[in-house]
Design a protein around this ligand. Structure first.
Ligand SMILES: *Cc1c(COP(=O)(O)O)cnc(C)c1O
Length: 413
């Protein structure tokens, strides 16, 4: 078995071991796995990878921090089921995710529901189930109260706050300045008074600043300021602050030159933020909600080379997978500058990179690109192309109906 560090340069970053010249996933050789799955393309997620990722994070985090999984990153039911036994709660953002979360056996009291546009039907299901609503507007609060009255139940609620600061260096900012998410911090005190009059069961605050951040310093600063803001706003509530969800946004490296997040530095900052919270409000649960960080590196996308062709001096590998199934790897999921995800020829892991090729999908658009002029071993029709870092924001973040190809399979091994 070969260590990660010995993988060919073009295949980095990857955490999967190789045996001879094939990739191993859950101890199964890639070509064997492809046979077992029966067709390409497919996504494969590795249980042991996810389990050890969560364990590693738990070891690093200060005692008492609650860890939630955000289903948005990967809602595959089998994976969510695995997660249910590993984390302290789930964060959901739709009625569909709520069903997956509850079907996986997570206690409704440990599920929280954010999202700026919740339908009445979704609010009704959440209140009936006892899921914690992260209220994103004053109007949503009124609607939740009406639904609670109809059902004869008291909705459990937290207020999602649009913070009065921004997360520096985040890949995707979701707080600070004008945002459709949450309630502007300065309006929260008035909202809390109304919330109390409506008789809602207040639990605390949710402050989510952004996603895909690789800077420990920026994350620590955002977490500290989130705790300060939460503590400050809690002064305006009569009920105690039971829960403070300070988001997460921990990033993973996708592109050359990106370095993995310094978890020890994040943990140190979090220890201080937790200290601040304990001083002000000793019984408050501090919640971190992570999606990508827990699952992105534990998954791959596998497609097969259909055609190898030349055009004006360039070589193209045309595969059966592409943008319609992995939008993020094509560079069209919020990226400003297109960069290549780590890609390898999965059944030729140890072959030297001898040619520069572009890996494209079957769609009739130039956007359908999985690797642009990348150095790879020579590949032929039938070879397996692997896209690493594909465990989060893969299949469900892709326009699968575009061009009416069949859906890829997903396996957890
Ligand atoms: C998207 C999202 C997450 C998950 O973000 P990751 O970058 O996958 O960790 C968590 N919380 C909220 C509110 C989100 O919108």
């Amino acid at each position: 078995m070969t260590a990660v560090a010995e993988l060919p340069r073009h295949a980095q970053p990857s955490q999967f071991p190789t045996l001879d010249d094939v990739l191993l996933l859950g101890g199964i050789e890639l070509t064997r796995l492809a046979e077992r799955v029966g067709r390409t393309p497919f996504y494969a997620y590795e249980r042991s990878h996810i389990v050890s990722r969560v364990a590693q994070l738990r070891r690093a985090l200060p005692e008492g921090v609650r860890l939630h999984y955000a289903l948005k990153a990967n809602p595959m039911p089998a994976l969510v089921q695995l997660m249910a036994g590993l984390v302290d709660g789930f964060d959901i953002a739709s009625g569909g995710e709520m069903r997956v979360a509850l079907d996986a056996g997570m206690a409704p009291g440990r599920v929280s529901f954010a999202g700026p546009g919740k339908r009445d039907e979704e609010l009704r299901c959440a209140v009936a189930a006892g899921v914690l609503l992260h209220l994103e507007s004053e109007r949503e609060m009124e609607r939740a109260a009406c639904i609670g009255a109809e059902l004869g139940m008291t909705p459990r609620v937290a207020v999602r706050v649009n913070p009065d600061f921004e997360l520096k260096m985040a890949g995707m900012k979701m707080g600070g300045g004008p945002r459709p998410f949450g309630v502007d911090a300065e309006r929260v005190p008035a909202m809390l008074q109304r919330l109390e009059r409506l008789g809602l069961d207040f639990h605390g605050f949710h402050i989510f600043c952004g996603s895909q951040n690789l800077s420990a310093a920026a994350i620590c600063e955002a977490q500290r300021r989130s705790v300060e803001l939460g503590v400050r706003l809690a002064d305006h509530a009569r009920a105690p602050l039971r829960m403070l969800n300070i988001g997460g946004g921990f990033g993973v490296p996708y592109f050359p030159g990106e370095r993995a997040l310094d978890l020890a530095a994040v943990a140190e900052g979090l220890e201080q933020s937790l200290g601040l919270l304990r001083q002000a409000s000793p019984d408050t649960d501090l919640v971190l909600e992570l999606g990508r960080y827990l699952v992105a590196e534990g998954g791959i996308y596998v497609c097969r080379v259909l055609e190898r062709k030349r055009s004006h001096g360039q070589t193209f590998l045309v595969t059966d997978g592409g943008l319609h199934q992995h939008l993020a790897a094509s560079g069209n999921f919020g990226q400003v500058i297109r960069k290549n995800y780590p890609v390898a020829i999965g059944n030729r892991m140890h072959a030297a990179a001898t040619e520069t090729v572009s890996v494209v999908g079957p769609l009739c658009t130039p956007l359908d690109l999985l690797a642009e002029r990348m150095e790879l071993p020579r590949a032929e029709a039938g070879d397996l192309v692997v896209v690493f870092q594909s465990g989060a924001y893969g299949l469900t973040a892709s326009p699968t109906a575009f061009l009416s190809h069949p859906l890829p399979l997903e396996v957890l091994v």
